[in-house]
Design a protein around this ligand. Sequence first.
Ligand SMILES: Cc1cc2nc3c(=O)[nH]c(=O)nc-3n(C[C@H](O)[C@H](O)[C@H](O)COP(=O)(O)OP(=O)(O)OC[C@H]3O[C@@H](n4cnc5c(N)ncnc54)[C@H](O)[C@@H]3O)c2cc1C
Length: 418
Amino acid sequence: MKPTVVIGGGIVGLFTAYFLQQQGEEVIVVDKGDMKENCSTGNAGMIVPSHIVPLASPGMIAKGISWMFSSKSPFYIQPRLDKRLIDWCLQFYRHSNAKHVAQSIPYLKGISLYSKQLYMDFVATHGNEAIKLQDRGLLMLYKTREGEKEEAELAHLARESGLNAEILSKDDIRKLEPNQEVDVRGGVYFPDDAHLSPKDLYRILKNHLKEHGVQLKSNVGITGVEKAGSKITAVITSQGKIDCSHVMVCAGSWSGEIAKMLGFRLPMMGGKGYSFELTNTPELKQASILTEARVSQSPYGDKVRFGGTMEISNRIDMINMRRVQGIFESIKAYYPEFQADFPSQDKIWKGMRPCSPDGLPYIGKAPGWENVAFGAGHSMMGVSLAPATGKLLADLKTGKIGTLKTDAFAVGRYAGKL
Ligand SMILES: Cc1cc2nc3c(=O)[nH]c(=O)nc-3n(C[C@H](O)[C@H](O)[C@H](O)COP(=O)(O)OP(=O)(O)OC[C@H]3O[C@@H](n4cnc5c(N)ncnc54)[C@H](O)[C@@H]3O)c2cc1C
């Protein structure tokens, strides 16, 4: 039997390989990068069943436009005459409405809760020492009346959908964050969210896969395919040909290029973000999002990671230190007593979130192909949704039909639209 080739060794590709291997499959993961650093290694590591509203939602367009005029703002689209970008923006605009949000909620909730359960199973099997999963919820902090209104509405939506959400006063927040002042009006607490160490998870998964016979081929890019009818029989790589029985495309922000290679349209843009780690003094204890600044704060004992910004850009190599400054300034705005020195450029991590224009991932069979599936486009939730995506793809391969509704994630939903 020929192997299944997984294109892309980010967190989605690794979890896909993990579940395929568990089913007894022979698996080869190929990645054009070094598999040491990618979008899956330096992110905030939050597992967020609370995130049931897709990025494309009412209010995002107006907010996005106002943010475009500040060099430190959390959102930016690099203006350029690029057909793909214009197309993507048009689709984003079309989906930024209440109907799309209402339709998306049951899908995002279903896959998120499933993924959280798979993480808990993963911890039960492999132990928690390495990945440091902290099942302590997520706090959405706000400073302004407008922020309060927005977050209270989201809490209400979450409760209506059967999720737990608590609106907290400043005093309540003091109990969760006892070591320092938190300068906010209040917050919403989602007790069922969690966070983990993404770089440790990534390392543990790679080691596990290698120990179980999965080949991980780094610095090997896919340049083409060989086919027979509607089946791929081999992938052509920068280092030769690999015969295969199935192909799983988990190539993050670059998945649109693979779709193009296969003859269909899959709109995708990279949403660049930055993070940095600081010494955690005085110690922050509660994973939080500083909502007006769109900055994440993930504590890991003596270290804490701050992350943010979404630059729709095709340049992964550049670091915009003005935006990093924006993230840094928000720390003191929310935690005035936190002791922080501005990190030097070499301490800044950057990653490209794979963003679909409707804020929903692409999971399932590729249109027109019998033995090809995609798992990509998870935007701000790739870590959160990776186990469920991997399991769904592995089940697809064996023909196992689950109960989770996934039709909103159809890979071919833009294939014919221009
Ligand atoms: C600042 C920041 C904070 C974030 N915080 C969170 C969070 O708290 N929770 C959460 O769930 N998500 C978070 N995310 C998002 C998350 O990091 C991504 O959604 C996730 O890492 C995407 O994983 P992936 O496997 O799809 O893509 P990637 O990690 O980008 O992996 C794709 C891989 O495919 C490879 N590839 C591409 N093209 C080819 C080719 N032709 N041939 C071979 N290989 C190829 C690439 O080299 C890459 O290694 C955050 C992101 C950022 C930037």
